[in-house]
Design a protein around this ligand. Structure first.
Ligand SMILES: [Zn+2]
Length: 489
């Protein structure tokens, strides 16, 4: 494979010709091209640009060549313009097209549409990083697209570049600014710190939490860790913390001490046990999720998937028939509790009354979810399993709105964690950086980039004052690293 890159380089010229097309061609947009053209029109629309596609046509051709330096050079695509026809020809048997993943093919089509619809000439100047400033360059590897068959096998981690798409698409339409990743010397605009430790690399925690004081906790396996004023300490060494919750600026905490399950408050580093559940419940349980709701009911789920609530008269089991794990337990609107149990979405009113949101009572295309977050308006955000590239917004009147990734700036991006911050703003930890919902769309990569080479964020927690805690991977060595920043201020 050592000959792979040079060979490819000679094949990936992009071209643009300004000659009249010799014969009239029947205009056509082949099925293969449709998604890329639709995305191009969507990107134009987002930027307030209206485009005339009445003369646009696509064709597939082999052995496309252009004259360059006294030679005929093979190219992957070509734009031929005449007054009544803008024809893009793509060589779909060209190595670059064949090796490209979705974003790679998009970049090739976008380059040609840059010529044919936006009237863009070539641009070959470079950024400080050595990367081309534009996808309108004449030579070179893909700038944000993926050669997906080889990503991770032949490309080093630094070859991961889908996060650059935001900039290159902006540049295509607006020829804008310098991207945040173009200069490794570029200082972070935010206070930022990283922390790497064995327990993070080994995943010796199950949950993360920000307490009311703004301290970040990692807990759930072995020891409890708390990141406080730049230091990590290990509070409650004799307790195995399994769940945390905040209520009225108090930390509520659940876990096991001497094999006994307890729920208590933790104030000024003093644990006050409120409930010793070994006294209350006959069977031995482990508390997995904890919620003290807005009318001071105490809810918890256990590792058997049972849900209990205490409304003042002791704990009662909510009579779910399924014994599936509760992965989210959140305060919903109207004094209801929202939860994901076995991936299914339930609304629980009290110890007797609950409803599963499914196809019978709501217009939802899927019924299994990885993630649930509640925003400031009480809208529940649901993230389906991986193969579904959309989010659902569910309002308390059972109205559902579908947000397709391609429309909300998450094209080919994987969400790993979706949370609401204390103000109810939605944030996502993604394969391509940290992103914040801005009302119509998720932010660009650069908006919350810290200047560090970190990608593939697996978790995010946002505290008061905009403190963000996130675990991502250092792109140089792929080690999980805890990031603290104030990008969310
Ligand atoms: Zn070109």
């Amino acid at each position: 494979m050592r000959y792979y890159l040079p060979l490819l380089c000679s094949l990936i010229l992009f071209a643009c010709e300004e000659e009249p097309v010799p014969l009239p061609v029947e205009r056509q947009i082949p099925k293969l091209i449709e998604p890329y053209l639709e995305q191009f029109m969507l990107e134009a629309e987002k930027r307030g640009i209206s485009l005339d596609t009445s003369s646009l046509s696509f064709g597939f051709d082999r052995d496309l060549t252009i004259p360059l330096a006294g030679d005929q050079r093979t190219v992957v695509g070509i734009c031929l313009r005449s007054p009544n026809l803008h024809l893009v020809n793509i060589d779909t048997l060209n190595a670059l097209w064949l090796l490209s993943g979705y974003l790679g093919k998009e970049e090739i089509v976008f380059h040609e549409l840059g010529h044919c619809l936006l009237d863009r000439p070539h641009r070959d100047d470079k950024l400080a990083s050595g990367d081309f400033a534009s996808i309108m360059r004449t030579v070179g590897l893909l700038q944000y697209g993926d050669l997906n068959r080889f990503t991770g096998v032949f490309l080093p981690p630094t070859g991961i570049k889908a996060h650059r798409r935001d900039y290159y698409v902006d540049e295509l339409f607006n020829q804008t600014t310098i991207p945040c990743w173009s200069d490794t010397e570029m200082p972070s605009p935010y206070p930022v710190a990283t922390y790497r430790a064995g327990f993070i690399e080994n995943g010796e925690y199950r949950h993360t939490w920000i307490d009311p004081l703004g301290n970040y906790w990692l807990y759930g396996e072995g020891v409890n860790y708390r990141y406080q004023e730049g230091n990590i300490d290990t509070p409650l060494p004799d307790m195995r913390v399994t769940a945390m919750n905040n209520r009225n600026d108090q930390i509520w905490i659940a876990g096991k001490i001497d094999q006994q399950s307890i729920i208590g408050t933790y104030i000024n580093d003093v644990l006050e046990i409120k409930y010793d559940l070994s006294d209350l419940l006959a069977e031995e349980i482990q508390i997995d999720r904890l919620l003290v709701d807005e009318i001071d009911r105490i809810w918890f789920s256990d590792d058997d998937g049972d849900l209990y609530v205490n409304s003042g008269g002791g704990f009662e089991r909510v009579p779910f028939s399924s014994q599936q794990w509760v992965s989210k337990l959140l305060q919903g609107p109207n004094n209801n509790v929202y939860l994901l149990k076995g991936g299914r979405f339930y609304i629980v009113e009290d110890a007797q009354n609950f409803v599963q949101v499914d196809r019978d009572n709501a217009d939802i295309p899927v019924e299994f979810f990885w993630d649930l977050a509640i925003d400031a308006e009480g809208i529940a955000w649901l993230r389906p399993t991986e193969s579904n590239p959309f989010l659902l917004q569910f309002s308390s009147d059972f109205e559902v709105r579908r947000l397709d990734y391609r429309e909300i700036n998450l094209l080919e991006i994987r969400i790993n964690d979706l949370v609401a911050d204390p103000n109810g703003t939605i944030w996502a930890a993604t394969s391509n950086g940290l992103r914040r919902w801005d009302g119509d769309s998720f932010s660009s990569y650069c908006d919350y980039n810290t200047g560090l080479d970190m990608l593939n964020f697996s978790s995010i927690a946002v505290g008061k004052n905009g403190n963000i805690w996130s675990i991502g991977r250092d792109t140089t060595n792929l080690q999980p690293t805890l990031l603290w920043s104030q990008t969310g201020r």
